[in-house]
Write a protein that binds this ligand. Structure first.
Ligand code: ACO
Length: 326
């Protein structure tokens, strides 16, 4: 059976840099607090009028896959911040990229694990033999759903997009070797937006209370994130009878440096084997892993033959891991 391989990657981050020092002029915080608790120094913020689809298009356009928009027959966009509730942002992106109308397009919401979920979904669809090339994008404009008056959340998030192109290869043992996905649906209240959906439609009162913004129980999320990511990483390693030491590079969801350090300790794998860019972008949710993957490839951190482990957690709480041989 052919395997699913990553043909190319691309990423985009908006120009505007919002530093911790600048944030400390609008909420009661400091560079010292933010950096020591999260590892974040700065994040990117979309320009006025710049949308999730705009960022996704920029990321896709620089993907070095050697295929054109006309070659793609499947587009999956992982996001929690589509341009609008309806239609799917993937349809807007399809049009902006000039892709064929017989391309299957849909959005996927698994929050920060969204990219790993989308990778697994695209891979299964390609393996069915009914699609040839998939464009998988993680793109977020989190600045549009953050409560800029809530210091416990607004310091953590940023905007950006990452894209990969997937194809099929007859070479055995290459590409996506496996995935492990799951969710703790009993923990939906830890990270959520309570209003603006069908159970609590937006009202003038909900807008005044900023209930359309993201709310998080940070400490609880932290603990479960470490547990879920550790389990997701161990499960996939066990499935493939691998020891952590055989992984060339781990690309974890970039939410908090302390979470990544905890995973490094649990897996007994030194931090040098983890790709970290959270200090420059903050948490870009579904965009975090594809941006990191693109940077890792372009900076030579991934070489042919290497094993890379992706591991994520997000609102839901969802989690996922993926193992890739280059
Ligand atoms: N600046 C200064 N002080 C602050 C800030 C801030 N920005 N935010 C909170 N504080 C204060 C709190 O009010 C609290 O004060 P108190 O003790 O007087 O009550 C104190 O700092 C400590 O707050 P904690 O919440 O205990 O801080 P903690 O060390 O747990 O760090 C953090 C908080 C960074 C949010 C951490 O819990 C975390 O990273 N959690 C995981 C978050 C995460 O990864 N979320 C993304 C999920 S992915 C997705 O799908 C979007």
């Amino acid at each position: 059976m052919p395997s699913t391989v990553i043909l190319g990657t691309g990423s985009y981050a908006p120009e505007r840099v919002l530093t911790n020092a600048e944030l400390s002029t609008t909420v009661d915080t400091s560079d010292e607090w933010i950096h020591s608790r999260s590892g974040i120094r700065e994040r990117r913020i979309a320009a006025p009028g710049e949308t999730t689809s705009d960022m996704a298009v920029r990321a896709a356009q620089v993907a070095d896959a050697g295929v054109t928009a006309a070659d793609i027959d499947l587009l999956i966009v992982a996001t929690i911040t589509p341009d609008q509730p309806l239609p799917a942002v993937s349809c807007l992106i399809q049009h902006k990229l000039g892709m064929r109308t017989n391309t299957a397009c849909f959005d996927l919401n698994a929050a920060c694990s969204g990219f790993v979920y989308a990778l697994d979904t695209a891979s299964a669809m390609l393996a069915s033999g009914r699609y040839r090339h998939a464009l998988v994008i993680g793109a977020e404009k989190l600045s549009s759903i953050v409560d800029w008056q809530d210091r416990t959340t607004c310091v953590l998030f940023g905007d950006g997009a990452g894209a990969i192109v997937l194809g099929l290869s007859e070479q055995p043992g290459l590409g996506l070797l496996g995935t492990k996905l799951g969710a703790y649906g009993d923990c939906t209240d830890l990270l959520c937006i309570t209003h603006g959906g069908s159970s609590n439609p937006t009202t003038p009162e909900s807008i005044a209370a900023r209930d359309h913004c993201l709310r998080m129980k940070g400490k609880e999320v932290f603990k479960l994130a470490v547990r879920a990511m550790d389990e997701a990483a161990r499960d996939i390693l066990e499935q493939h009878q691998l020891h952590a030491d055989q992984i060339g590079l781990v690309i974890p969801h970039q939410a908090n440096l302390r979470i990544i350090e905890a995973i490094s300790e649990y897996l007994e794998l030194p931090m040098e084997r983890f790709f970290v860019n959270v200090e420059r972008y903050g948490n870009t949710s579904a965009a975090s892993i594809p941006i990191a993957l693109d940077e890792a490839r372009r900076t030579g951190r991934i070489k042919p033959g290497d094993l890379t482990l992706l591991v994520a957690f997000g609102a839901g709480l969802t989690y996922g891991s993926a193992l890739i041989r280059w």
